[in-house]
Design a protein around this ligand. Structure first.
Ligand code: NAG
Ligand code: NAG
Length: 262
């Protein structure tokens, strides 16, 4: 007990010292580094502009400033590292180089294109309490096969988007949202056909060969997932991966479940 007590009081004294130092003496580096200084009460932060602290708008209701992610985060969330009144969060955070997404969202909000992936972007208005696996805080993806147009700041038809240096994914399973993040997930290549490297038009669904399922490819994207209609007699037809069309069971070899004479 005495040992614990000693630790706590040492901790508190240090905290009070740090807190006092910042309350009385809010110092920005003079070297011009981009710098964020959290407020001791966690209700907001300062940024250093040309070496002088500038008070930023307070964190929105229900949020507090997190010194770890340099942004206002929901009170009580995993990212909320504030210890109010102790001043422990009042440690200046110095960042050199470009701002992180969290910093840009905290300071300016809005929409930020993903630097390397053309289907992804950050929407500062989107805040995940639990960040989905394979995504990041604020990260959103366009629905497949759309891409993000950085000029209009919207998802658009892939033919209307210029990706520049951002990588343009053509396969549905290259989109993060379609990849399996949880156990017992049906593998992406079963849920989506693949058109990469294929000509426009119908193509077999590779994970479902000799079944009624096929895909329609356009510019190497799987733009439709279809099922062969029944024939006039109400009988099942299957997609023939060599003939590239729906055919009755009489045209399907027996080893693939058809009734084609050997
Ligand atoms: C960003 O998120 C907000 C809030 O969910 C939404 O209203 C807005 O349409 C989104 N913008 C884009 C480009 O996704
Ligand atoms: C592409 O953009 C043009 C001009 O804005 C528009 O008319 C056209 O409908 C768009 N194409 C698609 C497939 O969305």
């Amino acid at each position: 007990m005495p040992y614990e007590y000693t630790c706590i009081s040492v901790f508190l004294s240090v905290a009070v010292l740090i807190s006092a130092a910042f309350a009385n003496n809010l110092q920005c580096n003079t070297n011009g580094d981009y710098q964020i200084i959290p407020k001791a009460d966690c209700m907001g932060f300062y940024i250093c502009v040309w070496g002088s602290p500038v008070e930023m708008p307070p964190c929105p209701a229900g949020t507090r400033f997190s010194a770890t992610v340099n942004a206002c985060v929901h009170k009580g969330s995993d990212l909320d590292d504030c210890i109010p009144d102790s001043g422990v969060t009042a440690t200046p955070v110095t960042t050199t180089g470009p701002l992180s997404v969290e910093e840009r969202c905290a300071m300016f909000g809005g929409i930020i294109a993903h630097p390397t992936e053309c289907q992804a972007y950050y929407n500062c208005s989107v805040w995940y309490q639990y960040i989905p696996r394979l995504l990041e805080q604020h990260m959103v993806e366009c629905p497949y096969p759309q891409l993000f147009n950085a000029d209009s700041e919207q998802c658009e038809h892939f033919e209307n988007v210029t990706c520049g240096s951002r990588k343009e994914f053509k396969g549905a399973c290259d989109y993060r949202q379609n990849q399996c993040a949880a156990a017992h997930c049906i593998p992406c290549n079963v849920r989506f056909g693949n058109c990469v490297g294929k000509l426009d038009g119908l193509a077999p669904h590779e994970a479902k060969l000799w079944s009624p399922f096929y895909v329609v490819c356009y510019k190497e994207r799987a733009v439709e997932h279809n099922r062969c209609p029944q024939d006039a007699g109400g009988r099942t037809q299957l997609f023939h991966p060599v003939l590239i069309q729906c055919v009755p069971l009489e045209m399907i070899p027996q080893k693939y479940g058809g009734s084609m004479p050997a």
